[in-house]
Write a protein of this length. Structure first.
Length: 78
């Protein structure tokens, strides 16, 4: 496959950058928020859990469509 090495490098770099951004978000944004407003902890936990659930459902939907050879879009474009 032409360009495969370039694709792998691109995605490796972006996966690493996303991991760094996730840590910044957790430590600096969420950590600071909870330091200032600890009563929001249950809401933050709910948000994190809801995000995980939705990401899992989207992943299942997209992979299911891919494996079935169909579009993951609810309606065709155009």
């Amino acid at each position: 496959m032409t360009g495969l090495d370039a694709c792998v490098r691109f995605f490796d770099e972006h996966v690493e950058a996303d991991a760094v951004h996730e840590q910044v978000m957790r430590r600096e944004v969420i950590g600071d928020l909870l330091e200032r407003e600890p009563e929001l902890a249950p809401d933050v936990v709910f948000g994190i859990q809801a995000t995980g659930l939705l990401e899992d459902r989207l992943t299942q939907h997209v992979l299911g469509a891919w494996e079935a050879g169909r579009s993951a879009l609810r309606q065709p474009l155009g």
